[in-house]
Ligand binder design. Structure first.
Ligand code: NAD
Length: 323
């Protein structure tokens, strides 16, 4: 069933057959004036209106709405708290001996949020009811901002042993962060690999086929060297993570782990973050995020702030220059 923008009642809909217009998404839910459940729909032209839920029942958009999570509020600490926490963290980082210092960063969608990439479960995230509108969104046009440049500088200064990222947006590689110190456990939307000889290709466009169904990873292109078919490296729900062995080993070796911009809802990513606690003497775990996470209670420090400002203050505290 499709729904007209103007037609609320069935009679009116029948009359307006010629003008039917599908809606883009559902954006809200409420109890209407007569106690009936209503859903707010956004039309293709961006305008919104409330429609009795009964009239939309059975549509995919309604099922999707029911599966999506309610948006959880952000928690941002005050400037003094941030300053105190960053000073403490800088001390902990300096105290991690060995060269390079065994500090592993675990990065999630929040790290790219200030560059305009919507998160998954954050405010406006792709899996929340207030999700961002991606109609004209082009990931290829996103450039790595301050958080990524700060990570490059921290690595050069010897403060990064390894990065495990759940992001597939390519912003680490684009920023010049060394790929040999990076585990992209959920893949990278701009990378395809030959299914026979294993050669990798980094493209300026997302490599996934538009009609890809999640199981078939072929991109429709062939390898320049051996002519075999190329595949995207994205990890879909239920598939094994990439680089799992090395990400696990590096996480185990960490004396300090710092998780930035992840809701830490999925394992093993959340388990890896807690690995320093298995060392004797116990290492430290720090979480930097704008929402609460299930790992907060066990962490040694939780910094409720944005990745950009946190990294600005951290690099200053460590006297690290960011280009
Ligand atoms: P998530 O959306 O579940 O959590 C992101 C967290 O980041 C949220 O709790 C949010 O409050 C926080 N956040 C938002 N802006 C922030 C900022 N400026 N600074 C610090 N924190 C901020 O994301 P996740 O835990 O990474 O897991 C989501 C899954 O979705 C992963 O599998 C990932 O591959 C995928 N994903 C990736 C991208 C990307 O590549 N950029 C974007 C969306 C989703």
């Amino acid at each position: 069933m499709r729904t007209t923008k103007r037609g609320r009642g069935e009679e009116e809909e029948a009359k307006e057959d010629e003008e039917w217009q599908s809606f883009r998404r559902i954006t809200g839910e409420r109890k209407g004036a007569r106690g009936k459940k209503e859903l707010e729909v956004e039309w293709e032209d961006g305008t919104r209106s409330w429609i009795e839920r009964k009239l939309l029942e059975g549509q995919d958009a309604v099922k999707e709405w029911d599966e999506q999570e309610a948006e959880e509020p952000e928690v941002i600490c005050d400037a003094q708290t941030l300053h105190t926490q960053v000073q403490q963290l800088a001390q902990w980082m300096k105290a991690v001996s060995s060269e390079p210092r065994r500090i592993v960063f675990h990065v999630g969608a929040g790290m790219s949020a200030e560059d305009g990439v919507p998160t998954f479960r954050g405010v406006g995230g792709l899996w929340t009811r207030g999700r961002a509108d991606l109609t004209n969104f082009d990931l290829a046009k996103v450039e790595p901002g301050y958080p990524y440049r700060a990570m490059v500088a921290l690595e050069r200064a010897g403060y990064v042993y390894w990065v495990v990222t759940q992001n597939y947006d390519n912003l680490f590689r684009k920023s010049g962060f060394p790929s040999e110190k990076l585990s992209e456990v959920h893949g990278n939307i701009f990378v395809e690999r030959c299914s026979r000889c294993g050669k990798h290709y980094e493209r300026p466009f997302p490599v996934e086929r538009e009609d890809a169904d999640g199981e078939d990873h072929s991109t429709g292109r062939n390898c320049d060297d051996c002519g075999h078919s190329l595949e995207d490296i994205l990890v879909h729900f239920g598939e094994q993570l990439r680089d799992q062995t090395i990400a696990n080993a590096k996480s185990k070796g960490a004396l300090l782990s710092i998780a930035i911009g992840s809701k830490l809802m999925v394992t093993p990513a959340s388990t890896w973050v807690m690995r320093p606690h298995q060392h004797r003497p116990k290492g430290k775990v720090v979480i930097v995020n704008t929402q609460k996470t299930p790992c907060d209670a066990k962490a040694d420090m939780v910094i409720h702030h944005k990745a950009g400002e946190f990294l600005r203050q951290l690099t200053a505290a460590l006297n690290v220059q960011v280009e």
